[in-house]
Design a protein around this ligand. Structure first.
Ligand code: ZN
Length: 211
């Protein structure tokens, strides 16, 4: 595991253009997740069939510790503490709530929002889509700042499409916390990053916002 050196996954030009700038205000990966590493293995196996319960408890513990110590850092970039929680729904047609929601439900007092994926876009979709997720109207009588919890950030198109839907539904700001920022070792552009994070140092006392 490695602590990321940045808080913002700068939206690619495509996300920025397609969304008209309605994207997440802050994206905070808890750790990098190279495809060959243990963290990646946990992120795959915690929602496999059957799931690895060890991976589930490991990831839940990591997320709870991170939120305890760094939720204020995330809130600083959202203009205030998060008011709601939401997960990115499965685009693989898995029924029921997202595993992260099931794990986290009893650990947060914040109300959960739900999002419904557009069946037009399958798990292979990799681009921003304004109509990817449908979210019910959010009460605007007080500023709403939903926090998206997700397991893996690859291109960011799913989380950013959800952030867009949340803002269209009335959210004042949107934050994203992801357990792992996926890194593909065979990807040419990942090489400098992989060599920069070669030392396997994960310091839970520091988050990407503070860096
Ligand atoms: Zn922090």
């Amino acid at each position: 595991m490695r602590t990321p050196g940045y808080a913002y996954c700068y939206p690619c030009q495509e996300h920025q253009t397609e969304s008209g700038g309605l994207l997440a205000d802050v994206v905070v990966p808890i750790s990098y997740s190279p495809r060959i590493g243990q963290h990646h293995h946990h992120l795959r196996s915690y929602k496999a069939t059957p799931p690895s319960m060890q991976a589930r408890w490991n990831l839940l513990a990591l997320l709870l510790l991170f939120l305890r110590d760094h939720l204020d850092c995330v809130g600083d970039r959202m203009g205030g503490a998060p008011t709601h929680v939401v997960t990115v729904p499965s685009t693989r047609g898995r029924p029921g709530p997202h595993v992260l929601e099931t794990l986290m439900r009893t650990h947060t007092p914040l109300p959960w929002l739900s999002a419904v994926p557009n069946p037009r876009y399958g798990p292979e979709a990799r681009s921003f889509h304004a109509d990817w997720f449908a979210v019910g109207q959010i009460d605007r009588s007080a500023p709403a700042r939903p926090l998206i919890l997700d397991d893996t950030w690859t291109t960011g198109s799913r989380a950013q499409s959800l952030a867009y839907a949340l803002k269209r539904a009335g959210a004042r700001s949107v934050g994203v916390v992801v357990l792992g920022r996926h890194v593909r070792p065979e990807h040419e552009a990942s090489r400098p990053l992989l060599s920069a994070i070669q030392e396997p140092i994960f310091d839970p006392s520091v988050c990407a916002v503070q860096r």
